[in-house]
Design a protein around this ligand. Structure first.
Ligand code: BES
Ligand code: MN
Ligand code: ZN
Length: 505
């Protein structure tokens, strides 16, 4: 179930390709407030068609405003769509995104199939052309992504098929690279969304393994899928304790893209792959329990990011690890009070079987040690508490508080800002570790209600002492509920952007 793909390209703004002579269904150009034109608008204005529209007040140039001019006398294009960019000269990120959304909204009410985007992509304050191109692609992605693969009747397919960016010739090389990156990110998001949206009776641990295998085949990743016996041999007692409550066999998926220098320590991405979280014996209430099919969105974000890694063939060593199983109640399921021994040797008292994410991740984090990683990032729909703390806007970013981790956190925050996939840094401190005390084992798997997302991160921290590590709690950001129910594809933009930025240093 592929997304409806749109074809994007870069058109060089040179003498052969003047705005007036380009053949297309529609050219999108910007106008500012106070009747000021962008350079592209000036180019198309020779008989005053655009300045007149501003003079007459048909468009005021405010962000979000748009005006469609049909059969313009000054261009070969059948239409010109004016969009407001706010005050000259610098466009804010928010205004630019609003302008793009307005353009897409106006276009979707037309029959425009081919589009030329002639906006001042390098005038967004603090951002470059590459950011602007990404923002346009992600807006189109939001419009075009469909989740009706399992419906008998599909929604109407959008008319828009092709869009070209009109780019000054000196910037064409850069823009092409930026376009490839943006395309890889939105395609990665599509995969993450498709997997997230699939129901748990289809998207099982075996299904995730199958998807990983097909990615590996397509992009020549190394892959290992460990089955229950092999997981037992590794002594992942904590992961296995969750898996044993279900009839679906667990899978432990390891993907490797080793395209960096042979001695370069890898980045490891670990994704929580609970394909359904019923809570286990500590059963969840029925309302909205269907949404626990999304409890594998961390795993799906690792696979989506690997799709982008493969598309871009990044020159880095990157390993993806996915512990995948169901969390179900049964005669073989974990019981509150059970004590298990993790792969690290540390013992865990399972006071609540619904705190299962940390139980599968801790063994994956220990397994990651064998790669002597430079950095490990785990991605997990880990706690309802993170939603209480940060809502559905920011993902929670947790790291230790030393210098190396400050650097990692700041790099992740920068990547998050640059990809409109925000995170907020949260603490990991000794004081919270107290809450995980158990009378009978090395630790309990829950720390009580206060700061639940922090104690969950503190639990994971105990398994990450050997490397630099960050934890992303995406419980509030991986999917939307209600009538807009659906996976968001987050934090694929953040992860991809962070990896791409890493290559620049
Ligand atoms: N997968 C859930 C977290 C979750 C809940 C994400 C709701 C998104 C929406 C996780 O396994 C879980 O159940 N966590 C418990 C932990 C608690 C028992 C300490 C929670 O957050 O309630
Ligand atoms: Mn749970
Ligand atoms: Zn869960």
């Amino acid at each position: 179930m592929e997304d409806q793909t749109m074809d994007f390209s870069i058109k060089s703004a040179d003498s052969k390709n003047s705005l007036a002579t380009i053949k297309t269904d529609c050219i999108v150009v910007g106008v500012y407030e106070d009747r000021k034109l962008t350079s592209q608008a000036t180019e198309l204005d020779n008989q005053g068609i655009i300045s007149n529209a501003l003079e007459n007040g048909d468009i005021d140039g405010k962000p979000g405003s748009s005006l469609l001019l049909r059969e313009p006398s000054t261009a070969t294009s059948r239409r010109v769509l004016l969009v407001g960019l706010g005050k000259k000269p610098e466009i804010s990120e928010k205004d630019f995104r609003q302008a793009i959304d307005a353009a897409i909204k106006a276009l979707s009410q037309t029959t425009v199939a081919h589009l030329l985007i002639a906006l001042p992509l390098n005038n967004v304050s603090g951002r470059d052309v590459s950011w602007s191109i990404y923002s346009v692609l992600s807006a189109f992605h939001a419009l075009l992504y469909r989740s009706d693969a399992l419906k008998s009747e599909k929604g109407p397919s959008p008319k828009i098929q092709k869009a070209a960016f009109y780019i000054p010739s000196a910037e064409v090389t850069n823009a092409k690279k930026a376009l490839a990156q943006a395309k890889a990110i939105t395609d990665g998001m599509s995969l993450t969304q498709d997997l997230g949206n699939l129901p748990a009776n289809i998207c099982t641990p075996s299904y995730l393994a199958k998807q990983a295998r097909s990615l590996a085949k397509k992009y020549k990743f190394d892959i290992e899928v460990l089955d229950k016996k092999q997981i037992e041999a590794l002594k992942m007692g904590s992961f296995l304790s969750v898996a044993k409550g279900s009839d679906e066999p667990p899978k432990f998926i390891v993907l490797k893209h080793m395209n960096g220098k042979s001695k370069e320590a890898p980045v490891v991405l670990v994704g929580k792959g609970i394909t359904f979280d019923s809570g286990g014996i500590s059963l969840k209430p029925g309302a909205a329990m269907d949404e626990m099919k999304y409890d594998m969105c961390g795993a799906a974000s690792v696979l989506g990011t690997f799709r982008a890694i493969g598309e871009l063939n990044l020159k880095q060593n990157i390993i993806g690890i996915i512990p995948a199983c169901e969390n179900m109640p049964s005669g073989r399921a974990n019981k509150p009070g059970d004590i298990v021994t993790s792969m690290s040797g540390q013992t865990i008292e399972i006071l609540n079987t619904d705190a299962e994410g940390r139980l599968i991740l801790c063994d994956a984090l220990t397994y990651a040690e064998k790669f002597h990683p430079e950095t490990v990032i785990d991605i997990a729909t880990l706690t309802g508490s993170c939603i209480v703390a940060l809502g559905h806007y920011n993902s929670g970013l947790f790291t230790r508080l030393d210098e190396a981790h400050d650097t990692l956190a700041n790099d992740l925050i920068a990547a998050a800002k640059g990809s409109n996939d925000p995170v907020w840094r949260m603490p990991i401190e000794e004081a919270y570790q107290e809450q995980l005390k158990s009378n009978f084992a090395d630790m309990a798997n829950i720390g009580g209600q206060p700061a639940g997302c922090v104690t969950a991160a503190c639990f994971l921290e105990r398994f990450t002492k050997k490397y630099t590590w960050a934890h992303l709690d995406i419980a509030g950001t991986a999917w939307k509920s209600g009538t807009a129910k659906g996976a968001t594809g987050r934090p694929v933009p953040l992860l991809c952007t962070w990896l791409i930025n890493r290559e620049k240093r």
